[in-house]
Design a protein around this ligand. Structure first.
Ligand code: NOJ
Ligand code: CA
Length: 552
């Protein structure tokens, strides 16, 4: 028996850019409330809300100052209670983002911890003396520079996997773990439907804090290589599971960059620690060095297919897979997975077909259902994201020209996904009456929800059709996954089967017309295609077709 969250569609909302109702240029909780009907019409059963806690917003909410308070930029606790109640009426659960690896440096826990070595919070973060006049070791943080920052007040260094204002919590301390579980309990009592757990592979550190091999391009040993998925982490997470989830009817999804598909059985399912984890192998195929956006490589479709097949295989009988092609840290999928020549509407539909027909729970990132694309900004000053600024500098330091570096940012900046949601052709895409905190993508007059709602061939209505097909054909939810034509560098083909039905999905990732053995779909009918007049055995550029046959 599948659980509710295995049958539904999850929508990731990035509140800053979703809908602004008070004209300050930043999205808010009332904005979310005003769009619940829209989300319901997409078949969304849960919204993963990126952090809305009180925060100085150095990393747009992933620097939490108070886990028990709502960021006043987004509204009040009364608004949050209203959102939970209104969402419930729409059949939608709210899933909170638990940022557990680190807090903001403005969190009172850190302020107490940095004030001295013998108070109740002294041991809540990771403090070390320096070595040889510098930081304790050579680790470099994910957002650039040393992973250690000196505290004048405490006369020691503290560790931060991300920015200096995001000090890492000390999970070795049971009081820290209890504090995190208490936060989760508070939100559970409010009726949330689950948690997305941020940056979870970093919570455990190897206790020798040894130097690592330096990446010459940054001058540091990447902290990711030193700490991600350190042995012993699962002990912490089993405790988390027991304390937070128990037998509640919620779901947990961990953000687990650094956990390989082959390790999935330890992380999800019966003996695992979460219901699902986001692993990143399908996004990493394009990078030659995960630390450096400018070091990309040409990738082949078979590489992408192999990563997806591995995740499908490792969750086929135990655990479950969260399907995602976009999130608030990734560029838009059309620009990531398809060649530049791709028609954006055909392309968005092709990728939408993949997202909603693989086996697992699809996570739609806001605007993906409209076919939103990357930005073409030409100055670094247009960007807000701190990691974009760091990557731009790294590209320049390593010899790229400003024009070349800008091209890299246009392709990989996290701000590509963070531009305001495109609701209509009104000024600022109908997102705000004021000045948006981040510029709207220039294409909003043709790519927007209002226009697409009226157009039966729009990307938005394609997503709605895929949702209703998932309702109609159980095979799309429960069916086993089997990859077909695995060696093709041009088309992605797979079937989904139960004892009573078989679905076959065919997606052309190229601008060429590609043929395939028509026997694959013999005796079955196309139920959805992004072209008219589907012909068996041939796929036109970026064509995506879903065939379904009922077995009598
Ligand atoms: C992953 C989040 O998705 C990202 O936005 C954030 O910057 C880091 N974790 C640090 O919390
Ligand atoms: Ca606002």
């Amino acid at each position: 028996m599948l659980k509710w969250w295995q049958r539904t569609i999850v929508y990731e909302a990035y509140p800053s850019s979703f809908m602004d109702t008070n004209g300050d240029g930043l999205g808010d909780l009332q904005g979310l409330i005003s769009k619940l009907g829209y989300l319901q019409s997409l078949g969304v059963g849960a919204i993963w809300l990126t952090p809305i806690y009180k925060s100085p917003m150095g990393d747009n909410g992933y620097d939490v100052a108070d886990y028990y308070a709502i960021n006043p930029l987004y509204g009040t606790m009364a608004d949050m209670d209203q959102l939970l109640a209104a969402a419930k009426r729409h059949g939608i659960k709210i899933v909170m983002d638990l940022v557990v690896n680190h807090t903001s440096s403005e969190c009172p826990w850190f302020q107490a911890s940095s004030s001295g070595k013998d108070n109740d919070y002294s041991d809540w973060y990771i403090w070390r003396d320096g070595a040889e006049g510098g930081p304790p070791n050579n680790w470099g943080s994910i957002f650039g520079g040393s992973a250690w920052t000196w505290s004048e007040q405490r006369q020691q260094y503290y560790l931060h996997t991300f920015a200096p204002f995001q000090p890492d919590l000390n999970w070795e301390n049971p009081k820290v773990r209890q504090a995190i579980y208490a936060v989760a309990q508070f939100w559970l009592a409010k009726g949330v439907g689950g948690f997305r757990i941020d940056a979870v592979p970093y919570i455990k550190k190897p206790q020798d804090y040894a130097n690592g091999p330096v990446n010459p391009a940054t001058g540091f040993a990447p902290i990711h290589n030193a700490t991600a998925n350190t042995e012993g982490i699962l002990d912490f997470l089993h405790e988390f599971k027991q304390e937070v989830q128990g037998d509640r009817d919620i779901f947990t999804v961990g953000e687990a960059n650094g956990v390989a598909a082959q390790q999935l059985p330890l992380w999800v399912g019966k003996d695992g620690v979460f219901d699902m984890i986001f692993e990143f192998s399908h996004l990493d195929v394009k990078f030659a060095d995960g630390e450096l956006w400018y070091k990309t490589k040409a990738w082949r479709l078979t590489e992408l297919k192999q990563t997806i097949a591995a995740s499908q295989a490792n969750t086929s009988s135990n655990g479950w897979y969260p399907i995602f092609l976009e999130n608030h840290d990734q560029p838009r999928s059309i620009n990531s997975f398809l060649p530049e020549e791709a028609d954006p509407i055909l392309g968005a539909k092709a990728l939408g077909m993949l997202l909603l027909t693989l086996r697992g729970t699809p996570f739609i990132y806001q605007g993906q259902e409209l076919g939103m694309t990357n930005v073409d900004w030409t100055s670094i000053d247009c960007f807000n994201d701190l990691s974009t600024k760091n990557q731009y500098q790294l590209a320049l330091d390593n010899g790229l020209t400003t024009t070349q570096a800008m091209k890299v940012m246009q392709k990989y900046s996290r701000d590509n996904a963070r531009t305001p949601m495109q609701w209509s052709a009104q000024p600022n895409a109908g997102f705000t009456m004021g000045k948006p905190w981040l510029a709207v993508n220039a294409n909003y007059k043709s790519v927007n929800a209002e226009l697409e709602a009226e157009d039966k061939d729009s990307v938005l209505n394609w997503y709605r059709k895929l949702y209703s097909l998932r309702q109609e054909y159980e095979v799309l939810i429960e069916g086993d996954y089997k990859e077909l034509l695995a060696d093709s560098e041009e088309i992605f083909v797979y079937s989904r089967s139960t004892s009573t039905a078989k679905a076959t999905v065919l997606i052309n990732f190229t601008e060429n017309t590609v043929s395939y053995p028509a026997e694959l779909v013999e005796g079955t009918d196309p139920v959805l295609s992004n072209y008219e007049n589907v012909q068996k055995g041939v796929l036109r550029p970026f064509e995506a077709v879903l065939y379904i046959a009922l077995i009598k």
